[in-house]
Write a protein of this length. Structure first.
Lengths: 174, 105
């Protein structure tokens, strides 16, 4: 077994183990830390695919941004020592049933479908190529979704500030 | 393309991760842990896009753009959701989904 195959199975093992732990643990802060492990191992998979830019985006945005945001919100809303109640049996059975049936259907489809790769020569994917195509208006250009997502991010930022802001009138009444 | 690993291996990993996320979304009763399950789901879809790009269409970059946009949308969604969760906590003193049946202002 070569080293890259070993690394792939190690990373997939980390991803699957810690995602199961992240949805089953009864301490919420541990769930966030397990989620962090899953995201970091995913960026390892991207490194194995030789997509360094996406791996860096994954590390900075997901592992650095979203997990920190989640941990902050946990610290604002929970006691550290808080433990969840066990889930109700019907919920547990429903969740596991949906997961087993769904993954069975998807895996049966995946493993029987023949995937055919193109024979076109491989394109070197570096940051300048990604940036040029992302901002080009020509064929295969992605400038319109780029502008749309910039507006979406602005709207989300303003909405988050307005929603989480304390109401001044309410405070003065109290 | 990695020597000795077919595309199915990656797809099996991302499928299992997706359905673990779905299972967590159904089992959990807490808003923040449900948000974490959604992050798992989005992340597994990202893996799928990049693997298809690498293995099936290595001459194009569509998978990159789709996963970049998914990451951006996940960040926007997490920020708005956490703002809402903090506001709900301020009003109701806990964030279980059963208690969030009224969202009156």
């Amino acid at each position: 077994m070569s080293l890259s195959v070993f690394m792939f199975y190690l990373l997939s093992g980390i991803i699957l183990t810690f995602s199961v732990l992240s949805v089953t643990t009864r301490r919420i802060l541990r769930a966030a830390v397990y989620l962090l492990f899953v995201l970091v191992a995913t960026s390892g998979l991207y490194f194995m695919l030789k997509y360094e830019f996406m791996a860096a985006v994954q590390l900075t945005l997901y592992a650095g941004g979203i997990v920190v945001l989640i941990i902050f919100s946990i610290l604002l809303t929970h006691h550290i020592s808080h433990r969840f109640k066990r889930p109700e049996l019907i919920n547990l059975l429903m969740g596991i049933g949906v997961a087993v049936i769904g993954s069975g259907v998807v895996l049966a489809t995946l493993l029987t479908h023949p995937f055919r790769a193109t024979i076109a020569p491989e394109l070197p994917v570096d940051m300048s190529a990604i940036g040029n195509q992302l901002l080009s208006t020509g064929k295969n250009g992605y400038v319109l979704p780029f502008e749309l997502i910039s507006i979406l991010l602005l709207a989300a930022m303003i909405a988050a500030i307005i929603v989480a802001k304390k109401d001044k009138n309410k405070n003065s009444e109290i | 393309m990695i020597e000795g690993i077919g595309i199915e291996h990656f797809l099996v990993v991302s499928t299992l991760m997706f359905f673990i996320g779905v299972c967590g979304f159904i089992i959990r009763r807490n808003l923040i842990t449900m948000l974490m399950s959604i992050e798992l789901i989005l992340n597994s879809v990202n893996i799928n896009f990049l693997v298809f790009n690498r293995y099936l269409y290595p001459d194009q970059m569509q998978g990159h753009f789709f996963s970049l946009f998914i990451v951006g949308i996940a960040a926007a969604e997490a920020s708005v959701a956490i703002a809402l969760i903090i506001n709900i906590y301020r009003n109701l003193q806990n964030i279980d989904v059963e208690n969030v049946s009224e969202m009156k202002y």
